[in-house]
Design a protein around this ligand. Structure first.
Ligand SMILES: NC(=O)c1ccc[n+]([C@@H]2O[C@H](COP(=O)([O-])OP(=O)(O)OC[C@H]3O[C@@H](n4cnc5c(N)ncnc54)[C@H](O)[C@@H]3O)[C@@H](O)[C@H]2O)c1
Length: 282
C-alpha cells in the first residue's frame, strides 16, 4: 500500500516504544492517526506531540484484550476519520519466565493481549476495510520470538508464533483483495517491553524477573551464549518504524528488522527440514 497524506493509520500500543514511533513515522508522511493504548495518558502524550507538528490525531483508550473495547476503537476511528487504511496491531506484552514456571494467569494475560488483541482488531476492522475502495494494509507485530524459540520467554514465544500463523493464513486469504498483510518480526528494540507488567490488568503475578535474570541463567546451551554475544543488538523504535513503513509500501509479508538472527532461524528450520528427510533446499 502506498503511504500517502490524508490516509488513516490506527495504531494500538501507540503510547510507547514501537507504536509511538509508528505514529510519528505515519504522521510525518501526512497520515491521520488514531493512537490507541491501555494507558490513555501515554496515547494522549503521543497525540499532543503529533498535533504540535500539525498532524490530525486522536487518542483512544483501549484494552485490546477486550473485544468490546476494540469494537469501540473501530467505531471511534470511523467517527473521527471515516476510514482505516493502515491497521498496526502493535500492542503487546511479555512475561519472562520458563514454561514450567508460567502460571495459568501468565498464559491467559499474554495470550489475551498478544493474540486475542489482534483477532479482536481483525474482527472489528475487516468490515471497514472490505467496504473501502482504496487499498489498506494490516501490520501484525510478532517478533523474532515468533520465528525462533527463546528459553525463558515461553508464553511470549507461543503467543508470537500464533501471531505469525494467523497472519500467514490471513495473508493468503486476503490475497485477491485490496488489503495487504505484513508480520513485523523485530529482534531487540529499545522500548519498555520488559516493563510490560505495568499494564497487567488481571492482577496476576507481578514477580516476573527483568530480562537480565534470564540471560544470566546458564542452561548450558550454545544458544544462550550466542544470544548474549550476537543477538542483543538494539534498534531504536524509530528505525523499526521506518523499516516497517517501507515494508508496507513493498507489500512484504515478513518484516525481519535484525538480519543477524537468520542463523538462529536456520537452526530451527534446519531441524524441521531434517524431520521431513532434509529434502527441502534452504
Ligand atoms: N521491544 C522489543 O525488543 C520487541 C521485540 C520484538 C517485538 N516487540 C513487540 O513490539 C510491540 C510493541 O512493544 P514495545 O516494544 O514498543 O513495548 P512498549 O511496552 O514500549 O509498548 C507497548 C505498548 O502497548 C501498550 N499496551 C500494553 N497492553 C495493552 C493492552 N492490553 N491494550 C492496549 N495497549 C496495551 C502499552 O501501554 C505500551 O504503550 C509488542 O507487540 C512487542 O511484543 C518488541
Amino acid at each position: 500500500m502506498k503511504i500517502q497524506a490524508g490516509k488513516v493509520a490506527v495504531i494500538t500500543g501507540a503510547g510507547s516504544g514501537i507504536g509511538a514511533a509508528l505514529a510519528h513515522a505515519c504522521a510525518s508522511r501526512g497520515m491521520h492517526i488514531v493512537a490507541a493504548d491501555i494507558e490513555l495518558d501515554a496515547a494522549e502524550r503521543t497525540v499532543k506531540e503529533l498535533r504540535s507538528r500539525g498532524s490530525e490525531a486522536v487518542a483512544v483508550e483501549v484494552n485490546v484484550a477486550r473485544r468490546d473495547a476494540v469494537q469501540h476503537l473501530a467505531e471511534r476511528t470511523r467517527e473521527a476519520f471515516g476510514a482505516c487504511h493502515l491497521l498496526c496491531n502493535n500492542a503487546g506484552v511479555s512475561v519472562n519466565r520458563p514454561v514450567a514456571e508460567c502460571t495459568a494467569a501468565d498464559w491467559e494475560w499474554v495470550w489475551s493481549v498478544n493474540v486475542a488483541g489482534i483477532t479482536h482488531a481483525i474482527e472489528a476492522f475487516m468490515p471497514m476495510l472490505r467496504e473501502q475502495t482504496e487499498a489498506s494494509h494490516i501490520v501484525n507485530t510478532a517478533s523474532m520470538a515468533g520465528l525462533i524459540p527463546l528459553p525463558g520467554f515461553g508464553a511470549y514465544v507461543a503467543s508470537k508464533y500464533a501471531v505469525v500463523g494467523l497472519s500467514e493464513v490471513l495473508h493468503q486469504e486476503l490475497a485477491d483483495t485490496l488489503t495487504g498483510v505484513s508480520i513485523l518480526c523485530p529482534g531487540v528494540v529499545d522500548t519498555q517491553i520488559f516493563a510490560s507488567e505495568r499494564n497487567r490488568f488481571d492482577g496476576g503475578d507481578t514477580s516476573t524477573q527483568p530480562p537480565a535474570a534470564s540471560a544470566d541463567t546458564d542452561d548450558g546451551s550454545a544458544m544462550q551464549t550466542d544470544f548474549e554475544e550476537t543477538y542483543t543488538r538494539m534498534l531504536s523504535p524509530q528505525e523499526v518504524a521506518e523499516i516497517t513503513l517501507a515494508a508496507v509500501e513493498d507489500e512484504q509479508l515478513y518484516v525481519a528488522t535484525h538480519p543477524e538472527w537468520l542463523a538462529l532461524f536456520k537452526q530451527r528450520s534446519g531441524a524441521i527440514d531434517s524431520a521431513f528427510g532434509g529434502s527441502v533446499a534452504h
